[in-house]
Ligand binder design. Structure first.
Ligand SMILES: *Cc1c(COP(=O)(O)O)cnc(C)c1O
Length: 394
C-alpha cells in the first residue's frame, strides 16, 4: 500500500487519517451530479437514498450489526453526546454515570460538565486505571448502583491504544439493567468487532479515524434500546437524528468500512509488525525510553513512548524538521503544558509524562519510514538531553 506524498511521514493516525483514494472516488459523484435529497419522492433523489442505504449496510457489516441500528451523525463527539444524553433523558429519575479517568475529551468533558448542561446534579464515577492503563473489573462492579443511568467506557484509548474489556463490562451492566455505551472511535477498523455477540447497547465511531472524511460519525443503537434524539428535526434516520444527511460523507464512510474489513488482516499483521519494529527499535536504541500502556492488550497501530527528561513539544519540533508527524500525549492537550490526563491517571512520573510521544500508524506506512524514524530519533533525544538541566547520564 505504498504511496507517495513524497516527503511526509505520517504517524499520527489516531488524530486523523488520510481519506483513502477509493473513498474519495466513491464520494465525488455525490458532490457533483447526484445532489438530490435522499428523502425526496422523485427518482433523482431516490437513487441517492439507495446509495445511502448501501452505505448503511457496509457500516453495519463491519460492526456485525443490522442496518436499522446505524444512526449517522456529524462526528464521534456528537455520537458520544447523543448516547449519554439519551440515557439520562430515558431515566430522569437516575443520577449516576459510570465512566473512566482516561476517556477522550468527547466523553470526559461532557461528564465533567453534566451539572451545568442539565441544571441538575449528577454523580460521576470515574474508574481508575493501573500503571499499564488497564481497568479493574471488580472495581467496576462495585461502582454500579440502582441509580446508574449509563456506563460509558471507551473500547480503545486514543493515547496509548490500551483496550478495555467492554464486551465483558457490557454483560455486567446488562445483568444490572444498566445501559452500556462504548466510544469505539479508535477501535473500529483496527480490531474485529461483532456486536451481534455482545450486549453493548450503543457504540460511537468516527469517519476520519478510518480513512473517511472529517465530519461524519455513527451512533450504533441496538434494536430495542430506549432512545431519545439529541438533534430534533426532520424524520431523517427514522426520527433518531434530524438534519439532511451528509450524503457524500456517508457514501465515503460506507466505502471506508468496506476497505477496513478487507484490510483488517493487514492491520493486525503488517501494520502491527511495523509498529513493533518501531517500538522495539526506539526502546533499545534510546536510553531511558519507556513504553506507556499494556504491551499486549493494545491496538495494533499505536505506540506511546516516554523519553525521560525531555519535553514532548521539543521532540515534535525536531521531528517536524524531518517531516515526521506524531503527537505528544494527545492532540487535544498539546499546547498546554499539563501532561495528559491519561498518563497522569496511569501514574506515569512527571519526568516521563512530559516527554511522551504517540506514534500511530496506518496501512499507508512503510518499513522505509520506520527505518528513517529509527535513524533520526536517537540523535534528536540525545541532543535535547544535552540541553536539559535534569538529564544526567548514568
Ligand atoms: C477522535 C476521537 C473522538 C472524537 O471524534 P470526532 O469525530 O473528531 O468528534 C472521540 N473519541 C475518541 C476515542 C477519539 O479518538
Amino acid at each position: 500500500m505504498a504511496f507517495s506524498l513524497d516527503t511526509v511521514i505520517y504517524m499520527d493516525n489516531n488524530a486523523t487519517t488520510r481519506i483513502a483514494p477509493e473513498v474519495l472516488d466513491a464520494m465525488m459523484p455525490y458532490l457533483s451530479d447526484y445532489y438530490g435529497n435522499p428523502s425526496s419522492m422523485h427518482t433523482f433523489g431516490g437513487q441517492v437514498g439507495e446509495a445511502v442505504t448501501q452505505a448503511r449496510q457496509s457500516v453495519a457489516d463491519l460492526l456485525g450489526a443490522d442496518p436499522g441500528e446505524i444512526v449517522f451523525t456529524s462526528c464521534g463527539t456528537e455520537s458520544d453526546s447523543t448516547a449519554i444524553f439519551s440515557a439520562l433523558r430515558t431515566y430522569p429519575e437516575k443520577n449516576h454515570v459510570v465512566t473512566t479517568r482516561v476517556e477522550h475529551p468527547a466523553v470526559k468533558n461532557l461528564c465533567d460538565n453534566l451539572e451545568t448542561l442539565t441544571g441538575r446534579k449528577y454523580h460521576i464515577s470515574r474508574l481508575p486505571v493501573a500503571e499499564d492503563g488497564t481497568l479493574d473489573i471488580e472495581r467496576y462492579k462495585e461502582c454500579l448502583t440502582d441509580e446508574t443511568a449509563i456506563v460509558s467506557v471507551m473500547w480503545a484509548n486514543n493515547e496509548t491504544g490500551v483496550l478495555f474489556p467492554v464486551e465483558e463490562m457490557a454483560k455486567i451492566a446488562k445483568e444490572r439493567g444498566i445501559l452500556f455505551h462504548t466510544d469505539a472511535v479508535q477501535a473500529v477498523g483496527k480490531i474485529p468487532i461483532n456486536l451481534k455477540d455482545s450486549t453493548i447497547d450503543m457504540l460511537s465511531l468516527s469517519g476520519h479515524k478510518l480513512h473517511a472524511p472529517k465530519g461524519i460519525g455513527v451512533l450504533y443503537v441496538r434494536k430495542g434500546t430506549p432512545f431519545v434524539p439529541f438533534l430534533n428535526g426532520g424524520h431523517q434516520e427514522k426520527g433518531r437524528r434530524g438534519g439532511t444527511e451528509n450524503v457524500a460523507s456517508i457514501i465515503g464512510l460506507g466505502k471506508a468500512c468496506e476497505l477496513a474489513a478487507a484490510m483488517m488482516d493487514e492491520e493486525n499483521t503488517r501494520v502491527r509488525a511495523l509498529r513493533d519494529k518501531l517500538e522495539k527499535g526506539l526502546l533499545s536504541s534510546v536510553p531511558k525510553a519507556i513504553l506507556n500502556g499494556h504491551p499486549e492488550k493494545r491496538l495494533p497501530n499505536t505506540a506511546n513512548i516516554s523519553f525521560e527528561y525531555v519535553e514532548g513539544e521539543a521532540i515534535l519540533l525536531m521531528m517536524n524538521q524531518h517531516n515526521i508527524c506524531a503527537s505528544s500525549g494527545s492532540a487535544c492537550t498539546s499546547g498546554s503544558l499539563e501532561p495528559s490526563h491519561v498518563l497522569r491517571a496511569m501514574g506515569v512520573p512527571f519526568t516521563a509524562a512530559h516527554g511522551s510521544i504517540r506514534f500511530s500508524l496506518s496501512v499507508y506506512n512503510t518499513e522505509e519510514e520506520v527505518d528513517f524514524i529509527l535513524e533520526k530519533m536517537p540523535p534528536i533525544i540525545a541532543r535535547l538531553r544535552e540541553l536539559s538541566p535534569f538529564w544526567e547520564e548514568d
